[in-house]
Write a protein of this length. Structure first.
Length: 114
C-alpha cells in the first residue's frame, strides 16, 4: 500500500489550499482516512478524520476552516483548507487505517506566511 500526498505549498494568511492523498496497492476495506500535521519542535497531531461511513471529526483549531472528504471509488482523501493562519504551518501527513494495519504518506509541506 502506498500513499502519495500532493497540494502543499506556500500561501498567504487567509488563503486556501487543497491537499490530496491518493492510495495504491491491495486495499480491500478502509476503516478511516485522516490528516495529521507536525510543526517544527512539536508532536504530530490529528487534524481531521473521516470514517468509511462518512462521519468526520476535526481538531478544535481547524473547525470551521478545514473540510475533509473522500472519494471511496478512488480511495482518495482530500483536505480543503480555508482561512489559513501562520500557525497552520506544518508538514501534513495522510493516514489510512485498514482492519489490521495502517499506513502513512510521506508528508507535504504547508507554509502560511503572515
Amino acid at each position: 500500500v502506498q500513499l502519495v500526498e500532493s497540494g502543499g505549498g506556500l500561501v498567504q494568511a487567509g488563503g486556501s489550499l487543497r491537499l490530496s492523498c491518493a492510495t495504491s496497492g491491495s486495499i480491500f476495506s478502509i476503516n478511516a482516512m485522516a490528516w495529521y500535521r507536525q510543526a517544527p519542535g512539536k508532536q504530530r497531531e490529528l487534524v481531521a478524520v473521516i470514517t468509511s461511513g462518512g462521519s468526520t471529526n476535526y481538531a478544535d483549531s481547524v473547525k470551521g476552516r478545514f473540510t475533509i472528504s473522500r472519494d471511496n471509488a478512488e480511495n482518495t482523501v482530500y483536505l480543503q483548507m480555508d482561512s489559513l493562519k501562520p500557525e497552520d504551518t506544518a508538514v501534513y501527513y495522510c493516514k489510512v487505517v485498514l482492519a489490521l494495519a495502517y499506513y502513512w504518506g510521506q508528508g507535504t509541506q504547508v507554509t502560511v506566511s503572515s
